[in-house]
Ligand binder design. Structure first.
Ligand SMILES: *Cc1c(COP(=O)(O)O)cnc(C)c1O
Length: 393
């Protein structure tokens, strides 16, 4: 069944889980954002199994819920943070360690992967010394002044063709300028430890990864020839696609290609890291909301529910994602509109959901809504973000 160009997600929940979601809604009220920690663990394990030599840094921005961070921390995951508050969310898990152990853990397990950092952040980071990314000379000057002990990773601009969320217009040095910028950093007394890229989020065009790996290999070779020095880290970023629909190729196919290309292009000593965000959390969360109003407009049933695009469905705006609205009821369906609760017509979740006839008080749900959803929810119009409920913690 096609809904606004997307078919029903592959990670279909069974009737047992539907019952669970309904029971949780009864217990907690609505809207609820349900996080299944076992699914997060499965996703992490799958990633590690497919790419055993890659160190996994969870991109916290996909979903910064502290319990998700804790679950991944307990599995031995590392973290990609992009702001000081995100850094502190991860730090919370290691604050019981001695200062020396903390510094060691941070250096081994955190990358601050926002290439643009306020000077206050650089000052605050200096004592923790995580890896930090950069992509321009002005940033290098700031780092030199405010965070001179940082280990640096240069972000490359790479093709984002066909990725759902494009990042190359905002980040990354042109590949032709990369070696000069690395050399300049060393001349300033800074240490460049690695190279990174991001092929764009929800990358279903795997050629982006291959081209990015080839560019990286060329740059590392040129740097080595020019200086005799070696760069030992390669960060292949995020972008690992989620099977929102059956047409998305599996991570298995991508992993096989990545493993082969990495082996072909780089020396065995190179350390590879990745920053999956979406892949680890998207299919681990569901939303349950309630029908709070009902009308017929232009002959079409219209349902008003108590979550919308200013809230958990924000990913429809910021993440270019569609989350089919599903019913717990069976029965003949009609094309229906579903609106969020705010007084803005923009708060339209869909004009073409296939839904059976619903009554006020009925529950609806959406699956695969764990990434870039609750994280960008607002308090617009006085409606708070959906309550978070954890299962299988
Ligand atoms: C957003 C982001 C990620 C995560 O991307 P996904 O597509 O969710 O895997 C990783 N690295 C950086 C630098 C990012 O900005």
């Amino acid at each position: 069944m096609e809904i606004e160009g997307q078919s029903i997600p592959v990670h279909h929940i069974g009737s047992k889980n539907k019952e669970l979601l309904q029971n949780l809604a009864k217990e907690h009220g609505t809207p609820i954002f349900v996080i299944n920690h076992e699914q997060i663990r499965d996703n992490y394990r799958e990633f590690k199994e497919r790419m055993p030599d890659v160190q996994v840094y969870y991109a916290v921005k996909a979903n910064s819920n502290p319990e998700i961070i804790k679950t991944l921390y307990d599995l031995g995951c590392s973290f990609d943070v992009a702001s000081m508050p995100e850094f502190m969310l991860v730090y919370e898990n290691i604050k019981h360690l001695s200062e020396e152990e903390q510094l060691e853990w941070i250096y081994q397990n955190i990358i601050y992967a926002n290439t643009i950092k306020p000077t206050e952040t650089l000052e605050a980071l200096d004592r923790y010394r995580p890896l930090v990314t950069f992509d321009n000379i002005e940033e290098l000057k700031k780092i030199k002044k405010y965070s001179p002990q940082a280990g640096l990773v240069l972000r490359l601009r790479v093709p984002n063709t066909g990725s759902v969320v494009e990042l190359s217009s905002k980040f990354g040095v042109e590949p032709g300028d990369a070696v000069d910028l690395i050399v300049e950093a060393f001349e300033m007394g800074l240490t460049v430890e690695g190279l990174s890229f991001h092929v764009g989020s929800q990358c279903t065009n795997f050629e982006n990864y291959i081209l990015a790996l080839e560019l990286s290999a060329e740059i590392l070779t040129e740097f080595e020839l020019r200086t005799g020095e070696k760069i030992k880290l390669l960060d292949i970023g995020g972008g690992f696609p989620v099977k929102y629909n059956p047409y998305v190729k599996s991570i298995r196919t991508l992993a096989t290609q990545l493993n082969e290309e990495i082996e072909r292009l780089f020396s065995p000593e190179i350390q590879i890291m990745a920053e999956p965000g979406r892949f680890l959390v998207a299919n681990a969360c569901s939303l349950v909301a309630k029908v709070i109003g009902k009308a017929f407009r232009d002959g079409k049933p219209c349902y008003y529910i108590n979550d919308g695009v200013y809230h958990t469905y924000s990913g429809q705006v910021f993440d270019h994602c569609n989350y089919p609205v599903l019913s717990f009821k069976d029965g003949e369906t009609q094309i229906s509109a579903v609106f969020g609760p705010t007084c803005d017509a923009f708060d339209t979740i869909t004009l073409s959901a296939e839904l059976p006839e619903l009554e006020i008080g009925d529950l609806v749900f959406s699956e695969n809504i764990g990434a870039y959803s609750h994280a960008s929810s607002t308090y617009f119009n006085g409606f708070p973000p959906a309550k978070v409920v954890h299962i299988n913690k």
